[in-house]
Design a binder for this molecule. Structure first.
Ligand code: ASP
Length: 342
């Protein structure tokens, strides 16, 4: 049944000239009304990011605007792994990757971008103002500056500098399992994992708006202390992010190389197209990676987060410790993901 609140909301939107299909499909228990806006994003930082997105979604705005505004919150924070305050590469430079995709298969991305505060907005400009999908490095920076984005000072944040100095003592370069638990809400509490390795993560966000349209965004500094020039999955459309407005929207976090290998986000969408619910689809993609990696799967973290066209959401990770943040009109919370290894 359409409850009174939803009915009033849909009537008001109708009066405002916004039309949407009031479809009642055969729904699984977690499924919500098609016209209820909803945003989900990766990790604890998603709680704050979702608030930014909700300012738009909750007012009947477009999912694309919401997913850009949402992750900008994280890009502006002193996060260890997103934006200019993040950990640098092994030569001491912060290099950023981001991508964005809307309901019409429009997409844009930037990679290996330096000294620009909001790579997600540059990715959106690539999508909207160029005939291309992806710009990288100096070319991406040149485009950003031409578009009016200020060139920030090349300077590490105090925390990143501390972490870099620490890392330089050993100069170890190896993949890291990223683990975050709900106690580590401080942006820098989770820089070291339990085995003393450096941590890394990303904010990926997918949203459904009141018109029933989906969009997604993904932004990161990538793996901390990576090789100079290394690009992960986050700016690769089909790997770190994919949106198909008939099916769903998916984002990824974790060891980018292993997400790229299986075209991760796109694979999850295809599993959903075949009829799997979001969590099941994420699980299939994770199992595929685990199969490919064999024993090596124990050394990595990969997580997928998916949202269906109907508003059903779910995630699955290789390692435990992954959670995602949800914001809809009733709730704002962290949801713990199931994992391949327990
Ligand atoms: N997926 C990102 C990358 O590989 C990092 C992460 O999410 O932890 O660049």
């Amino acid at each position: 049944m359409l409850d009174r609140k939803s009915f009033l909301q849909s009537s008001l939107l109708g009066l405002a000239g916004i039309s949407f299909p009031l479809k009642w499909k055969s729904l699984s228990p977690k499924t919500v009304w098609q016209n209820q806006p909803l945003v989900v994003s990766t990790w604890d930082a998603g709680i704050e990011a979702n608030k930014g997105a909700w300012k738009i979604l909750g007012n009947g705005g477009r999912a694309l605007d919401a997913v850009e505004a949402g992750v900008m919150v994280t890009e502006s924070s002193q996060n260890c792994c997103v934006g200019l305050g993040a950990n640098p590469d092994r030569d001491g430079f912060v290099t950023l990757d981001a991508s964005i995709m809307d309901e019409h298969f429009n997409c844009g991305s930037v990679a290996f971008l330096e000294r620009i505060k909001h790579p997600i907005s540059v990715a959106r400009r690539v999508m909207e103002k160029t005939p291309h999908v992806m710009l990288v490095g100096a070319g991406a920076q040149q485009f950003a500056v031409a578009e009016g984005f200020p060139l920030e000072e090349q300077k590490l944040s105090p925390d990143a500098e501390k972490n870099y100095n620490e890392w330089q003592k050993e100069h170890k370069y190896r993949p890291i399992v990223n683990i975050e638990n709900s106690k580590s809400h401080g942006p820098h509490d989770n820089i070291f994992d339990l085995s003393g390795h450096f941590n890394h993560d990303t904010i990926g966000m997918v949203a459904l708006d009141a018109r029933g349209n989906l969009s997604g965004s993904c932004t990161t500094s990538g793996m901390g202390f990576k090789m100079r020039g290394r690009v992960g999955d986050s700016p690769i459309i089909g790997a770190g992010l994919f949106v198909d407005n008939e099916v769903g929207a998916v984002t990824a976090t974790g060891q980018g190389e292993d997400v790229i290998r299986v075209c991760g986000a796109h694979s999850v969408i295809e599993y959903m197209r075949q009829g799997l619910a979001p969590e099941e689809a994420c699980r299939k993609a994770v199992e595929r990676i685990a199969r490919i990696k064999g024993e090596g799967a124990k050394q990595i973290q990969v997580a997928f987060l998916a949202l269906s066209k109907e508003g059903e959401h779910g995630a699955y990770a290789i390692q435990k410790g992954f959670s995602y943040a949800l914001h809809d009109q009733n709730d704002e919370k962290l949801v713990a993901s199931k994992s391949y290894f327990s």
